[in-house]
Design a protein around this ligand. Structure first.
Ligand code: CMC
Length: 392
């Protein structure tokens, strides 16, 4: 059976060869299909980036129109989905609701379960997912907020339509705010892929058993749910709220974070891969100031965030260890400023990460990768004789 190398957490094991996302943690570089994240965040739309990740190229004008059209055609969901939604207790966590609704699509599109037929249907399945996930995300929110779910509006673009479903009830006017739309579009682009992270590896490994794309994405949502992954953005705001309730003494929390006998860490600071800076955070930092100024937001928690950031970046402890704010520090601040409830932060992360999950699933299938099946180093008992129950 050969020698098995143990690598807990796969810190040094490449699971695949991939042409989708390039990441250099030392230099703070992130590129999708060779395009700098900075340029995409500035110039592209979320659907263009989705096309780029999934199909390998930025769409031509015609391809983009087709994609937009397909999304509009498919964003309505089966009425029975509303019945499923209604069956959840009112305190259901929206990540659980989202994952369940994604899996439930296998019932409405059973051909996705047949590996032979699924191959012909990949493209429409991809478009259905891109189209319907924002509806599910918005409905997970309305459920949690006790609002009736609103239907998609095909006259609006991808992000506008999503925001309208999030914030309005049926029949209510929705006023498009370009500042809010642009801010969210950028956040979604910056979250769209991040190579072989926990949820993406999950999607690839589930898909490697030839499970349907819906089921694979639902598994990705579950992996993202954890506080060490997609839940960190929520933890940042919870930390800031705690500091505020405690009198707003930022320095006290900086000292706590530096104290090796105190388990407290500054949430939203530091990163496993980025040892220089997180390029996504750099973009969002600029963007946070801009969005807050333009919206004229005066949230005391946001003021605490700014003071905390300034103080930490001047502190020797953080400078020495190259601890910079990561993407989660600023994304939470912006999402809060545009009115997204904290419990929804990881859910929005799912919506942003969807194109990456799809692209990685598709690449894995096209490469005909074998089923994901890690080995182990057995450290249990050697062979021992069975003991009847009366003798134990
Ligand atoms: N606050 C205070 N000290 C810190 C922090 C922090 N946030 N992060 C790292 N350090 C210290 C750590 O104590 C260690 O100090 P020393 O060398 O004196 O023992 C040094 O910096 C190196 O830290 P590490 O834990 O060895 O670094 P890591 O790569 O294992 O951890 C991390 C990375 C992101 C888990 C960690 O920085 C952390 O816990 N940050 C706070 C949580 C957070 O914001 N997570 C979101 C990460 S971005 C999400 C994503 O990628 O999806």
């Amino acid at each position: 059976s050969g020698l098995i190398t143990l690598d807990s957490g796969f810190k040094n094991t490449g699971s695949t060869a991939s042409s989708i996302t390039f990441l250099d943690g030392e230099k703070g570089i992130l590129r999708y299909r060779g395009y700098a994240i900075e340029e995409l965040a500035e110039k592209s739309s979320f659907l263009e980036v989705a096309h780029l990740l999934i199909y390998g190229e930025l769409p031509t004008a015609t391809e983009l129109e087709t994609l937009k059209g397909d999304v509009k055609k498919n964003q309505l969901v089966h009425e029975d989905v509303k019945t499923i939604l209604a069956g959840f207790p009112s305190n259901a966590h929206p990540m659980g609701v989202l994952s369940s609704l994604a899996t439930a699509q296998t019932a409405f599109f059973p051909e996705s379960l047949d590996p032979n037929r699924a191959a012909e249907k990949v493209d429409i399945t991809i478009r259905r997912l891109l189209a319907k996930l924002p509806t599910f995300v918005a409905w997970a929110h309305t459920k949690e907020a006790g609002m009736p779910p609103n239907y998609p509006d095909p006259s609006l673009d991808y992000v506008q339509n999503f925001l309208r479903m999030m914030f309005t009830v049926p029949g209510q006017e929705y006023e498009i705010d370009p500042i809010v739309t642009e801010a969210l579009e950028r956040i979604l682009i910056l979250h769209a892929d991040h190579e072989q992270n926990c949820s993406t590896s999950t999607v690839r490994i589930v898909g490697s058993s030839q499970a349907s794309l819906y089921a694979s994405v639902a598994a990705g949502i579950s992996a993202l749910w954890g506080p060490l992954h997609g839940g960190a953005n929520q933890a940042v705001i919870q930390m800031l709220e705690k500091i505020r309730e405690d009198g707003g003494d930022v320095q006290k929390y900086i000292e706590k974070a530096k104290d090796k006998n105190d388990p407290f860490r500054l949430m939203g600071f530091g990163h496993r891969v980025y040892k220089n800076f997180d390029p996504r955070a750099k973009i969002l930092k600029r963007n946070a100031d801009e969005v807050l100024n333009k919206l004229g937001v005066t949230d005391p928690v946001l003021d605490i965030a700014k003071t905390l950031e300034e103080t930490a970046l001047k502190d020797e402890y953080f400078i020495e260890r190259k601890l910079y704010p990561n993407v989660d520090f600023y994304s939470g601040i912006i999402m809060r400023a545009i009115g997204i409830p904290t419990v929804m932060f990881p859910v929005l992360f799912s919506m942003g990460r969807l194109p990456g999950w799809i692209a990685q699933w598709k690449e894995m299938r096209e490469h005909k990768e074998p089923i994901g099946r890690p080995r182990q180093v057995y450290v249990g008992e050697n062979l021992r004789p069975y003991v009847p129950v009366e003798k134990r």
